[in-house]
Write a protein that binds this ligand. Structure first.
Ligand SMILES: [Zn+2]
Length: 682
């Protein structure tokens, strides 16, 4: 097995096409075992006076080997899910969890780090090295290094259980998403839907050898119906199916219910926090974040809420008035998207569908690359002849003055058995190896855009373009790092609530005339986006931004309160209710179970951290305001941003990096102004 197991080979890029589920468990088990042995040998050899090379670089090497095998497995599980791959993946989760807990509670390893941090040599360490040690010592503490043995065991058991529960949460959500479809044979039922959406539904039907159209709960399909379907009952039916996924309500009630998992996850997180002497998980989550206290987070969110609510109420009033004119006197949750789109069209005569024609994927990519090449002084070219997990996947190389910088994969389109949403995954970290070789970074960028249909190129909505820029911003943060120490290079070691700075920052270019000129060209005529259309888009940009802000604040407050008050006797639903009383301007129906699909906080890394999006938006808006002052394609400002923020990753505190770039601490003004929520705009 060893010889033929691709996960155990030494490779540059993963041999995706030859990785089989049966390779997974043997490879991971073997690597974990070999790493354990290597670490114990390493500790013996380093026991007298640990050195950077002997300890940290040696451990980096072992971690990298584990990451080289596990990274592709976890990636395939997300983008090419199958029951066999899923079982193989899951079989490894407890082993990995056990391994990481063991490392975090490894006393001799902790002592070696502590000795290195106190050694005379450490005085000469650079800032990235010092931060590496500081983070490591903090993580030992958060892994329970100071706990008594019985408590350490409990800690390990909790971590293992949490990793299993999170994985179950994701699986049930994916299964629930796939379990529901609606087969349409009479096209009249799809009245109002754009051709592109219908074409995709026809493709989905054909893939199952059905006539007509198939509506699914994958996001592009859900979004199209809620935004365009004239049939109110159809919208309501789809809304109900979508917002009850993996719950005790809706068409598949009880079948994939995440409810009990959520309570268990929250209980265990609370117990974990208390083991480590924190009052609650909210407090634990702030360790290593930019925000300094739970009070600061809650105040930040509530302050934004107070400022935004009048705008949201006015948005809703205008929507209701418009809907009433159209014959809908009681706007419900499944009407909001539909009438909002109609109102947007009436007010600005513009629709997401209409602008698609100007955003064919290749033009968008060429334009995106041109923008970042200009700002950051890099070159990007497409590579061919690489191994992949799907024929749609593309690979690109970034270089700088002829020197290789990094590579990224694009997997852009929605398809069956692929997890929804969009994300960047740092597939390989930049680091300098013990032998002095610079290992360059690799990133996976995954989206779920509407695929090409009817022989046309894939045409993106402006929202999709924005998502692409967002994920690419994460990618650049990972790829343009100048840090050579694995644990703080790229996005590693970056405070969670600052990690969205580079991504949200990139979105700004989708709204600037100079940026749009580069990323748009009609797919048939090649003409750039007409100035008139651009003006309308800009006018429409902050359409309903009050409602959008309140929705984000609702999610952020719900997440933070849930983790900061768990154990006070309230159920998840009761917390949802309390937060809605505070911030919701439109009440969703009682059966709504959005929390059961809130994977960010139950299956991702955003627990008690969803506020990070808003927090980082303050940073990104304020950082961008410097470009507004100095020119949005100003190469000098671009270089300054790159060197202050992108290049330095997790090597220093985010506030320090921000101040280095902006010359002062962040202010909320730019965000309010960009969102049309500044007081003088009321
Ligand atoms: Zn992001």
């Amino acid at each position: 097995m060893t010889l033929s197991n691709p996960l155990l080979q030494d490779f540059d890029l993963p041999p995706y096409s030859s990785i089989r589920p049966e390779h997974v468990e043997p490879a991971i088990s073997q690597i974990l075992e070999e790493n354990r042995q290597a670490i114990s040998q390493l500790l013996q050899s380093q026991s007298a006076a640990p050195s950077w090379q002997g300890l940290i670089l040696a451990l980096d090497e072992l971690n990298a080997r584990l990451g080289r095998a596990w990274g592709p497995v976890s990636h395939l599980n997300a983008v090419c899910n199958s029951s066999a791959m899923r079982s193989a993946y899951e079989a490894c989760l407890p082993k990995l969890s056990e391994y990481w807990t063991e490392m975090g509670q490894n006393r001799p390893l902790f002592e070696a780090y502590a000795a290195l941090a106190k050694s005379p040599a450490s005085k000469d360490f650079d800032v990235a090295q010092k931060t590496t040690l500081e983070h490591a010592l903090r993580d030992f503490r958060l892994s329970g290094i100071d706990l008594a043995e019985a408590e350490q065991q409990r800690y390990g058991a909790i971590q293992m259980k949490l990793s299993e529960l999170s994985s179950n949460f994701s699986n049930q959500l994916l299964d629930a998403t796939q379990a529901w479809t609606k087969h349409i044979v009479d096209e009249a039922e799809l009245a109002g839907l754009p051709d592109s959406a219908k074409a995709q539904m026809a493709q989905a039907a054909a893939a199952k050898e059905l006539e007509g159209w198939l509506i699914t709960l994958e996001f592009p399909s859900y979004y199209a119906v809620l935004t365009y379907a004239d049939d109110r009952d159809l919208r309501e039916e789809l809304y109900a199916a979508y917002c009850t996924r993996a719950s005790d309500q809706g068409p598949n009630a009880g079948e994939f219910d995440n409810g009990p998992l959520m309570e268990q996850i929250l209980d265990l997180r609370q117990e974990l926090a208390q083991l480590l002497d924190f009052a609650h998980y909210g407090e634990l989550s702030l360790e290593g974040k930019m925000a300094e206290s739970t009070g600061q987070v809650l105040h930040f969110l509530r302050d934004l809420g107070v400022r935004s609510k009048p705008f949201a109420l006015s948005d809703l009033q205008q929507l209701q008035a418009f809907a009433t004119e159209q014959g809908c006197a009681d706007v419900q949750s499944w009407d909001v998207g539909y009438y909002s789109e109609k109102l947007r069209q009436q007010r600005y005569s513009i629709s997401q569908e209409q602008v698609r024609a100007w955003f064919p994927i290749d033009k968008v990519l060429t334009g995106l690359f041109a923008i970042v090449q200009r700002l950051y002084g890099i070159e990007i070219r497409e590579l061919s002849g690489f191994d992949t997990w799907h024929p749609d996947v593309r690979l690109f190389e970034i270089s700088e003055q002829g020197k290789h910088v990094g590579r990224f994969f694009f997997d852009l389109y929605a398809r069956a058995n692929k997890r929804g949403g969009a994300w960047m995954d740092g597939a390989r970290d930049q680091r300098r190896s013990a032998s002095g070789e610079l290992i360059n970074p690799v990133a996976n960028l995954v989206c779920n855009f509407t695929p090409a249909v009817n022989g046309q190129p894939a045409l993106l909505t402006h929202d999709e373009v924005t998502t692409l820029f967002h994920e690419f911003g994460h990618g650049l943060h990972h790829l343009l790092t100048r840090v050579e120490h694995a644990s703080v290079s790229g996005i590693n070691g970056v405070a969670w609530d600052a990690v969205e700075l580079p991504s949200q920052f990139m979105e700004n270019w989708c709204w600037e005339p100079e940026g749009l000129a580069l990323i748009s060209a009609h797919f048939e005529s090649g003409e750039p986006l007409p100035a008139e259309l651009l003006e309308k888009m800009l006018a429409a940009k902050n359409f309903q931004s009050g409602l959008m802000m309140m929705r984000q604040l609702e999610l952020s407050l719900f997440d933070f309160e849930l983790h900061a008050t768990h154990g006070d006797g309230r159920s998840v639903l009761q917390v949802v209710e309390a937060i809605r009383n505070e911030v919701a301007v439109l009440r969703p129906p009682a059966y709504n179970r959005f929390a059961n699909g809130f994977a960010h906080i139950f299956a991702g890394g955003y627990a008690a951290g969803y506020y990070s999006y808003k927090w980082a938006e303050v940073l990104s808006a304020d950082a961008f305001s410097k470009f507004e002052e100095e020119g949005v394609l100003n190469a000098e400002t671009g270089r300054a941003f790159r060197e202050a923020i992108l290049a330095r990753g997790g090597s220093q505190k985010p506030m320090l990096l921000f101040v280095d770039f902006r010359g002062r601490e962040p202010s909320i003004d730019a965000l309010l102004r960009h969102s049309g929520l500044a007081e003088d705009a009321a």
